[in-house]
Design a protein around this ligand. Structure first.
Ligand code: HAM
Length: 416
């Protein structure tokens, strides 16, 4: 038997309604904030991601699905959306004309990670990006949108962790301070972190290795290296969150797994998820447009992992019940009535009610069992009497009540 690729999942009809439910919420919340959907290709030239996410990150170093296509071009299945979105805006001559562009997306992403609960090789993200505003109110808008979505989904218990990486000058200062501290502990760091120490010391803060975590605990924090511009920006974001009652915790070691961030970074975490406890994250990325060859354009955004959101919702019992396959199930007592029964089914569908009809020529008992299984509100039973009298028998599956109707009365039945 050919198996699916490790870390990928088929989504069957018995859970697809959960995806459709959550996707509907993504649209609703995006509309509420005036965000418009953008779709980009599933694969891009590799440099779109390597130049933006950062050569020293786990994503670029170890996790990308990169291959040469038949023309010899190095292409990569997108591990995230932000870089590809920026590429598409630059390519389409997007101009930073002081009117913010608000964009959202939903789709599959690919990372070669070790699969476990909430960690897949093909996973899905919903995200939103606010392009063109350098001001803290844009950071706040993204955080408000994400929080609105979380609330709409009914998630009450979660943490919003917040940090600032400041502007470039602040990060330069901090790099030096951090390198100095890490050098003193070099021997105890993991091999990856030793390699990254000089090239990209902020990555060490994001390391999951036990030995690194202990050292990072006592490292100098970036908030102490922020210059006044960076401090002001961060204070303004916090003040907006405070004045609108959005709760957050400051996490001074939060740097995120991608290199393109500046100023605000944040993550949403839930205790329901186990080791992979982050169900969303994002931040500001004011240098990314330039890094990918565009004009300097400030921007901020976030993405949520849909599989992780579904785990949280399941755990918190916030998913809606599985809907019925159809409002009405049409049963025939004998196959010879199938033409009449199909005429009835067509009439039901014409009144915009969904309708399923038997296709396996099974016994009436088996059909009734099926009607129960698909959870239809009503069954219509067609037998000799019904055909002779141009009528139907309608059974309410909840009350068990059964009543006869003339076909001419069919359009008046609500089937709700
Ligand atoms: P990220 O933190 O790499 O950020 O991913 C965002 C979310 O995607 C994570 O919080 C997690 O829920 C989900 N996720 C990531 N990897 C996996 C995986 N292997 N399996 C399941 N879920 C996963 C970004 O991707 C940035 N582009 C976010 C952003 C948008 N920053 C600014 N704008």
């Amino acid at each position: 038997m050919i198996q699916a690729i490790r870390g990928t999942k088929d989504i069957f009809p018995d859970t697809i309604y959960q995806w459709q439910y959550i996707e509907e919420k993504f649209r609703e919340v995006s509309d509420l904030f005036g965000y418009k959907e953008l779709r980009t290709p599933i694969f891009e030239k590799t440099e779109v991601f390597s130049r933006s996410i950062g050569e020293e990150t786990d994503i670029v170093n170890k996790e990308m699905y990169t291959f040469s296509d038949r023309g010899g071009e190095s292409v990569t299945l997108r591990p995230e959306q932000t870089a590809a979105l920026v590429r598409s805006l630059i390519q389409s001559n997007f101009h930073n004309n002081r009117s913010a562009s608000r964009l959202w997306y939903f789709g599959p992403f690919f990372r070669y990670e070790r699969p476990q609960k909430g960690r897949l090789r093909q996973f899905h993200q919903y995200g939103a990006e606010c392009i063109s505003s350098p001001y803290p109110e844009a950071d706040y808008e993204i955080l408000a949108l994400a929080s609105n979505l979380i609330k709409k989904l009914g998630i009450e218990e979660y943490d919003l962790l917040l940090n600032s990486l400041g502007n470039e000058d602040s990060r330069k200062n901090y790099r030096e301070t951090l390198i100095e501290y890490l050098k003193d502990h070099k021997e105890s760091l993991s091999e990856d972190s030793q390699n990254r120490l000089e090239k990209n010391p902020l990555r060490v803060l994001d390391s999951k290795a036990e030995s690194d975590i202990n050292i990072v605990k006592n490292a100098p924090i970036i908030l102490d290296s922020l210059d006044s511009e960076s401090k002001d920006h961060f204070e303004a974001v916090k003040s907006l969150l405070d004045s609108t009652g959005l709760k957050y915790k400051i996490e001074p070691t939060l740097v995120r797994g991608l290199d393109y961030y500046s100023h605000t970074v944040f993550e949403f975490r839930s205790g329901s998820l186990g080791a992979q406890n982050s169900f969303g994250g994002g931040g500001r990325y004011d240098a990314l447009f330039q890094q990918l060859g565009g004009k300097q354009t400030p921007a901020v955004g976030f993405a949520m992992g849909v599989e992780r959101l579904l785990i949280v919702l399941e755990e918190m019992k916030k998913l809606p019940p599985q809907p019925a396959d159809a409002d009405v199930f049409v049963i025939v007592t004998d196959t010879k009535f199938i033409n009449f029964a199909n005429k009835i089914a067509a009439k039901v569908r014409a009144s915009n009610k969904s309708c399923i009809i038997e296709l396996q020529r099974r016994s009436m008992k088996a059909q009734m069992k099926e009607a129960n299984k698909v959870n239809s509100n009503y069954t219509i039973i067609i037998g000799e009497d019904e055909v002779n009298n141009n009528s139907i028998s309608l059974k309410n599956m909840e009350t068990g009540e059964q009543k006869g109707f003339e076909i001419s009365e069919l359009s008046k039945i609500s089937f709700d």
